[in-house]
Design a protein. Structure first.
Length: 209
């Protein structure tokens, strides 16, 4: 079956479609389902959306079962590190790799990837793994900002162990004029003790820029 194409404004994410299917099973009228999904009234398309949802769930279940109990691959480790440092959540990574969230967390902790605390904000700095702690940095070094809970690049030293960094931010909605730009960001200044080196992750082939 051809993949259902999502039109602008339509709410066809897994959570919403799953909720609509449950509501339909409980007696909700199709006209109300169209409203929740924000789609035009079309029974054939609605059926295709529901069929695709069930197919995706079945495929995910099959893939997870096939990977259960198997050790992590180099590709998975690299993907987990890059995705997490680029702003993907553990649940998002778990979904596209077909691995449990606990599997993802264990690799993040084992290889020394800085973690983002729950409710992260500027006043709630993340703790840096031992592998990240350094006394000095150089221009071009990739680091983790414990203040902004994001990966960054060192631009220059602006004071005694204080560095100007460019903090990477995930672009949620790419510009129609620059569709290939997936990462934005901003400049900031931080002392070295608030920055964690990511050099130890280079051996995994990690690329952030």
């Amino acid at each position: 079956m051809a993949k259902v194409r999502v039109k602008k404004g339509e709410k066809l994410d897994e959570e919403t479609v799953g909720r609509v299917i449950k509501m339909l099973e409980e007696g909700m009228a199709k006209k109300d389902a169209y409203g929740v999904l924000n789609i035009a009234a079309n029974p054939t398309r609605l059926n295709k959306i529901i069929e695709e949802f069930h197919e995706n769930i079945a495929r995910e279940k099959k893939m997870r079962a096939a990977k259960r109990g198997k050790p992590s691959t180099d590709f998975e480790i690299k993907s987990i590190i890059e995705s997490y440092l680029q702003g993907e959540s553990i649940s998002e990574i778990s979904k596209f790799l077909y691995r449990p969230a606990s599997f993802i967390k264990n690799i993040i902790e084992r290889v020394g990837v800085p973690s983002k605390p729950v409710g992260a904000n500027y006043c709630n700095m993340s703790l840096l793994p031992e592998q990240c702690i350094v006394n000095s940095l150089e221009e071009g070094d990739l680091v983790w900002s414990s203040k902004y809970h994001a990966a960054a690049e060192v631009m220059k030293e602006t004071g005694e162990k204080i560095y100007q960094i460019y903090v990477f931010q995930k672009v949620e909605e790419p510009s129609p004029y620059f569709p290939n730009i997936k990462t934005g960001g901003f400049y900031a200044n931080q002392p070295v003790y608030e920055l964690g080196s990511l050099k130890h992750l280079e051996k995994y082939g990690v690329k952030l820029v």
